[in-house]
Design a protein around this ligand. Structure first.
Ligand code: ADP
Ligand code: ADP
Length: 232
């Protein structure tokens, strides 16, 4: 079963001499229940590919699917709805709302789309990220590692088709980073969550079961676990 796929996706920025082919015909299928890392040098198109897959950026050519739904050509309203219901995001800068508590941040995607959390599932997520005693804290009262775990819980609580993580450990010390990566890997193993992570850190990528390498807007190589662990 495919959780997301790109079919011959091109992304071209600018026009004339300033034109940049950020993606030059990328096709990839992301299987449900897998943890895929996208690696590659700076400027190779990692963020662009993730943004196109997540419906944050329109493609110049080609098609993107989330689950069975083709998202290419959706209206802005359709894309917003998709982002609210079918995908979760984890960012390098955590992107938590400073005036809300950890709990309110975690429940925000559900409350925005008018859904009620399933209490048992909420409890499971909170236990898994180890935030039980931090739910009433605001982001400024939490360490970086704790803030990113709040962001992980926020992404997971709505059971999205895919979680997109953009350099999720880029602002963390190695211990907090390892906690976040373990959580991501466990949510794949225990809950069948599908995760796509952009990273330039080989250690972070070693938590994934598949690593895709980009260069100049093309997929140039690919590793699968257990090879990924061994090689990186
Ligand atoms: P990576 O995430 O691997 O560092 P990006 O996807 O950010 O790469 O960028 C791929 C290429 O597209 C780069 O050459 C970058 O300069 C260019 N690019 C990215 N975003 C824009 C934009 N908004 N306008 C113009 N060029 C862009
Ligand atoms: P963790 O390893 O869980 O990320 P730390 O060992 O960095 O946490 O921090 C220990 C405690 O100190 C945390 O439980 C948190 O409440 C508090 N703390 C850490 N960093 C900050 C910060 N920048 N602002 C406020 N409180 C913090």
């Amino acid at each position: 079963e495919v959780a997301a796929k790109a079919v011959d996706v091109w992304k071209i920025y600018g026009t004339g001499e300033a034109q940049v082919h950020a993606l030059g015909g990328v096709s990839v299928e992301l299987e449900k229940g897998h943890f895929t890392a996208i690696m590659g040098p700076s400027g190779s198109g990692k963020s662009t590919l993730m943004h196109c897959l997540a419906g944050l950026d329109a493609v110049s050519r080609g098609e993107v699917y989330i689950g069975d739904s083709k998202i290419t050509g959706l209206s802005d309203r359709g894309l917003t709805n998709l982002r609210r219901t079918k995908v979760g995001f984890i960012f390098q800068q955590f992107n938590l709302l400073p005036t809300l508590t950890a709990e309110e941040n975690i429940l925000l995607p559900l409350s925005i789309s008018g859904r009620k959390p399933d209490q048992a599932w909420f409890d499971t997520v909170i236990e898994t990220v180890g935030l039980r005693d931090r739910l009433k804290h605001r982001p400024s009262q939490l360490s970086g590692g704790q803030q990113q775990r709040v962001a992980c819980a926020r992404a997971l609580v709505s059971r999205p088709e895919v979680i997109f993580a953009d350099e999720p450990t880029g602002n963390l010390d190695s211990r907090s980073g390892a906690e976040v990566l373990s959580f991501l890997r466990n949510s794949v193993r225990d809950f069948g969550q599908t995760i796509v992570m952009v990273t330039h850190d080989p250690n972070a990528a070693s938590y994934a079961d598949r690593v895709i390498f980009l260069a100049d807007g093309h997929i140039v190589d690919e590793l699968h676990a257990p090879t990924a662990d061994a090689v990186l």
